[in-house]
Design a protein around this ligand. Structure first.
Ligand SMILES: NC(=O)c1ccc[n+]([C@@H]2O[C@H](COP(=O)([O-])OP(=O)(O)OC[C@H]3O[C@@H](n4cnc5c(N)ncnc54)[C@H](OP(=O)(O)O)[C@@H]3O)[C@@H](O)[C@H]2O)c1
Length: 208
């Protein structure tokens, strides 16, 4: 798959490396793309770098891995992402992202991932990887099947579900589908499935 990465830091950088290792083509982006040359050179020919707009055009799949509060600005730059799959890895923190965006999503009774889908109306959105600390995502991928860590995810439709499940599997984790985006509250900060790989029995209570 061709994967455009928006936010190439702890989460986007490490997941992008994994996706390239699994055989996918990745396009890392930054507001200063020149600073990504080390990352891209380390990965080799399956990695590219450029602007946020270029990553959005490149990707059949877009991985969103920026601070949550940057949503309006990013949407302004790349539009609705028509026809793509958008994997949302973000979390909302009021100290970092500001109260206003939370106020807006609460007013419509949206989950954080639904608010992302509200911005990127043309995309089929999934929420994945946001529950796991970046260092664990970096270090625990590509395990053999019987030792794989569980990654919970939600998705807005069948295509987003299938592609996200495939990508989680491709990098050696075990996907656990918890339902559509309205069910993803349990993946939000300080909720039941937040911060670390869940045990099978923990995630079973939420999978469908
Ligand atoms: N770190 C974790 O353990 C962890 C775990 C799970 C989920 N998350 C969530 O994942 C997201 C990313 O976290 P992270 O730790 O990877 O952050 P990070 O290392 O700070 O990387 C975020 C990236 O976002 C880019 N960015 C910031 N503002 C932007 C804008 N307006 N337009 C385009 N790009 C912008 C920055 O790139 P440039 O400055 O180069 O443009 C930066 O490299 C956050 O929502 C976080 O809450 C983090």
């Amino acid at each position: 798959m061709k994967i455009g990465i928006i936010g190439s830091g702890n989460i986007g950088g490490n997941l992008g490396k994994h996706f390239a290792k699994a055989g996918h083509e990745v396009f890392f982006s930054s507001r200063n793309p020149e600073k990504l040359s080390g990352l891209v050179n380390e990965i080799g020919q399956r990695a590219h770098r450029g602007t946020v707009e270029e990553a959005a055009t490149f990707g059949e799949v877009i991985l969103l891995a920026t601070p949550y509060g940057m949503l309006p600005e990013i949407h302004e730059r790349i539009g609705n992402l028509e026809g793509t799959i958008l994997i949302d890895t973000t979390n909302f923190y009021v100290q970092r992202d500001g109260a206003e965006i939370k106020k807006q999503m609460n007013a419509q009774n949206y989950r954080e991932s639904e608010w992302v889908a509200h911005y990127f109306k043309g995309a089929a959105v999934s929420k994945a990887f946001n529950t796991i600390p970046a260092a664990q995502l970096r270090d625990k991928a590509f395990k053999k099947e019987d030792a794989q860590e569980i990654v919970p995810f939600g998705a807005s439709n069948r295509q987003a579900k299938e592609i996200t499940l495939q990508l989680i599997s491709d990098i050696g984790f075990k996907p656990a589908f918890i339902g559509d985006l309205s069910k993803t509250q349990v993946m939000e900060p300080d909720q039941e499935l937040y911060m670390g790989f869940p045990a099978e029995e923990e995630v079973n209570a939420y999978t469908i």
